[in-house]
Design a protein around this ligand. Structure first.
Ligand SMILES: Nc1nc2c(c(=O)[nH]1)N=C([C@H](O)[C@H](O)COP(=O)(O)OP(=O)(O)OP(=O)(O)O)CN2
Length: 163
């Protein structure tokens, strides 16, 4: 009997997050502020469980949506960027790149412990949060977890985590 593996995948219109962002690129340049309707797709691989599924779609959507909802309708800021400085204060977040400065209400921002708000690092951030959520809330560790973040139709980045 050949060995078999199963994969489940969820991607839904409600697993989206609409956010402002800008990234640095080529080491020292910085985009203008703009936004995306990001869309997330999640895959898990493994063996069939006693209910004959790898993992319940419903729980996978719920745990993913908890994370994408946190991000939705916020300005995403990377706190570890080497050229974009982020000063977090109780009322506002001040952001500086060379002679350009932005100021946002604190509640409008999500500060992420990443180097840049690229689709790649947003996918890695979501994967880390989801891995932990599945472990603690669902007692489930996938053999493989893939998170894809689509910035716009036709351009996306995917990260893969293995147990
Ligand atoms: N590998 C990656 N490349 C780029 C990323 C990224 O996250 N990962 N991000 C950007 C920018 O943030 C930018 O928002 C995308 O730029 P662009 O492709 O020009 O966006 P458009 O939607 O305007 O694309 P069109 O195809 O021209 O409509 C850049 N690169």
């Amino acid at each position: 009997m050949p060995s078999e593996r199963f994969k489940v995948r969820v991607t839904k219109d409600h697993l989206t997050f609409c956010c402002g962002h800008f990234i640095s690129y080529r080491g020292h340049q910085c985009e203008r502020l703009h936004g995306h309707n990001y869309r997330t797709a999640v895959e898990v691989e493994g063996v069939l469980q006693e209910d004959y599924y790898v993992f319940d779609f419903i729980a996978l959507k719920k745990r993913t949506k908890e994370i994408t909802d946190e991000l939705d309708h916020h300005m995403l800021l990377a706190t570890r960027n080497p050229v974009i400085a982020v000063d977090d204060t109780p009322r506002c977040v001040r952001v500086k790149y060379e002679d350009r400065e932005w100021q946002f209400p604190r509640g409008d921002c999500i500060l992420l412990p990443i180097e840049n708000t690229t689709a790649e690092l947003l996918a890695r951030y979501i994967a880390g949060r989801l891995w932990e959520s599945l472990r603690t809330n669902e007692n489930f560790t996938p053999e493989v977890l893939r998170v894809e973040v689509e910035e716009a139709p036709g351009q996306s980045a995917t990260v893969e985590w293995r147990a």
